[in-house]
Design a binder for this molecule. Structure first.
Ligand code: MRU
Length: 374
């Protein structure tokens, strides 16, 4: 997608130095555009846990690159390659628990590298990582195509701009390119269908206000940031035509784990007959989980994300200065659950790279018959 008119991806390597992975530092956005370099699996695990990179698809891809870096260490030290790879896998998998893309990518890399001759480890790891990257990009593009009719039909019916509400950042910054929830929005916008996006600010880290607003702005998509609590009010007043969110882990039965606050949006949408769709690549489906609320591990993050907020202070004439401020009485205890689970019954439909389906087991198996058991 575009940054100052130039096409960028969130993660990449340069052809002459495949052992250095470059990433957009999402902690700095939207105030400055910075990149970081990562040269080891341990460093990659830290960039994921510190949320230098975040978003289900991207942390999966970052973990694959992390395994490719581990393959370099395993090939170099001529020790027990399997032990080196297993240790890197464990470190990467522990970096963030909720998004299933992380374990999906690490397990895929481990399977691919299992039993490979040390002399072929690096080339095999690089090829598999490139395949994961290409699949992520293709899946998001396909989600855009399959999700487009949702927006198109509303526009044909009303003849006015389509108001889409989204939560958190399920945009291109959360993947390699295009995004999941934003892909149909970008596709509609590029096709000339007028779209306006209600961007939930998404406390505590404000991925909506900081990241979604930034990337929609870079692409020229009209949008307004609203506080997380505004959704119900906007829906009651007919100001939301469609809710479109991403997913960090979706069960085989269609329950959706996503950024904390998504469930409340789904409840409000249900009460107001607003369609609530979830866009996700199949790498975000956990085929082994059936009861989302009981089975999905919800990441609990540092309480200071709730008690404090990061921003910039505008100084008037000079450049804005980064600052963190405390929001609560000193010493206040806070709790910070990162995600919640929206039950399938509140989800109007899923948009995947293979098409749209109801949020239930037969809908998902209809699109992914290879996951049928027996
Ligand atoms: O904690 P984050 O920022 O990694 O949260 C993940 C997300 O970006 C959202 O939950 C998103 O809607 C789904 S990931 C495409």
């Amino acid at each position: 997608m575009l940054v100052d008119g130039v096409h960028r991806r969130t993660i990449w390597t340069e052809p002459d130095d495949p052992g250095t992975v470059h990433l957009i530092d999402q902690r700095a956005l939207p105030f400055s555009f910075e990149t970081v370099r990562v040269t080891s699996a341990t460093q990659m695990a830290a960039t994921i846990s510190d949320m230098v990179v975040r978003g289900a698809g991207l942390i999966g891809v970052a973990a694959a690159y992390g395994m490719a870096l581990a393959a370099r260490s395993a090939a170099d030290d001529r020790g027990d390659a399997a032990t080196t790879l297993q240790a890197a896998a464990a470190r990467l998998e522990a970096s963030r628990p909720t998004a299933v893309n992380l374990t999906w990518a690490v397990d895929r890399m481990l399977r691919t590298l299992d039993g490979i001759d040390p002399g072929d480890l690096v080339a095999t790891a690089d090829a598999e990582t490139e395949a994961i990257v290409a699949e992520d990009v293709a899946a998001c593009q396909a989600i855009g195509r399959h999700g487009l009719p949702l927006i198109e039909e509303i526009h044909e019916c009303t003849g006015r701009p389509v108001n889409v509400m989204t939560h958190c950042n399920a945009g291109w910054l959360a993947f390699v390119d295009h995004g999941s929830a934003t892909a149909p929005i970008y596709t509609a916008h590029d096709a000339g269908i007028p779209v306006h996006v209600w961007v939930d600010e998404t406390r505590p880290r404000n991925q909506g206000a900081r990241l979604t607003a930034w990337e929609l702005g870079q692409h020229g998509v009209p949008h307004s940031v609203v506080v997380d609590n505004a959704g119900g009010h906007l829906m009651q007043h007919g100001l939301v035509d469609l809710v479109l969110v991403g997913s960090d882990r979706t069960t085989a039965t269609g329950d959706v784990a996503n950024k904390i606050g998504t469930y409340l949006k789904a409840l409000a949408a249900h009460d107001n007959d607003v369609p609530f769709h979830v866009a996700l690549p199949s790498s975000s489906i956990d085929w082994s989980a059936r009861a989302g609320r009981r089975e999905i591990v919800i990441e609990e993050r540092d309480p200071t994300e709730v008690t404090h907020i990061d921003g910039v202070v505008e100084t008037g004439s000079g450049p804005a200065v980064p600052a963190q401020v405390r929001l609560v009485p000193e010493g206040t205890i806070a709790v910070n659950h990162g995600f919640d689970v929206t039950p399938a019954r509140l989800v109007t439909g899923l948009v995947t790279e293979r098409g749209r389906c109801p949020a239930d087991e037969s809908g998902l198996l209809g699109l992914y018959p290879e996951h049928r058991r027996g």
